[in-house]
Design a protein around this ligand. Structure first.
Ligand code: MN
Length: 201
């Protein structure tokens, strides 16, 4: 996993690899503006404010997540989660599905891509409160689905995070209100499986 380094002691808001309206109608420009420009920016600001004197200055973001506690862990974890989340999207595509080695690993772990989608969505729907559902790989490359509460990330359990869906209400409430299942179902259209596969290499 490529590590995210601070620049002169400060972490930066990640640049989106697509235009603000590129994910419509799955994620509106309005939701993206709040989610990336306000929520993620606030986590970045909060972590940067907490770093001086913490003993974690200068560390890569991933190492801060492994070593921080309390509010620092929450903000660092949310930056890592959102960086991976926003980087994994592309404009909507019909019949969007993984290919190659990752597709084979999904078939082997879950039976088929459709079976994987069902189990993954169920994990997202049933996650109570705020959190994230993840597809990750263990040290042997075996795939796992985990539910992570609040700001947690699979690296805290020794897993390599590959793909995620954010089930905090701020991720979908402007576009879908309470309809979390409809939001999660729509997200399959915008997963950039080439980006996800590159995390599995
Ligand atoms: Mn979020």
């Amino acid at each position: 996993m490529k590590k995210t380094m601070p620049v002169e002691g400060q972490f930066e808001l990640m640049a989106l690899p697509y235009a603000a309206d590129a994910l419509e109608p799955v994620i509106s420009a309005n939701t993206l503006g709040f989610h990336h420009g306000k929520h993620l920016q606030a986590y970045v600001n909060n972590l940067n404010a907490a770093l001086p004197g913490s003993g974690l200055e200068g560390m890569p973001l991933e190492d801060v997540v492994m070593h921080a506690q309390g509010g620092m862990l929450n903000n660092a974890g949310q930056i890592l989660n959102h960086n991976l989340y926003f980087a994994q999207f592309m404009p909507p595509k019909a019949d969007n599905a993984p290919t190659g080695r990752l597709a084979k690993a999904i078939d082997s772990a879950f039976g088929s891509f459709e079976d994987f989608q069902e189990v993954f969505a169920e994990a997202g729907i049933k996650l109570f409160g705020s959190g994230w559902v993840w597809l990750s790989a263990d040290a042997e490359g075996h795939l796992k689905i985990t539910q992570e509460p609040n700001a947690s990330n699979p690296i805290l359990h020794g897993l390599r995070p590959l793909m995620t869906m954010d089930v905090w209400e701020h991720a979908y409430y402007l576009d879908y209100q309470n309809r979390r299942p409809a939001h999660l179902d729509a997200l399959w259209q915008i997963i950039n499986w080439n980006e996800v596969a590159s995390r599995y290499e």
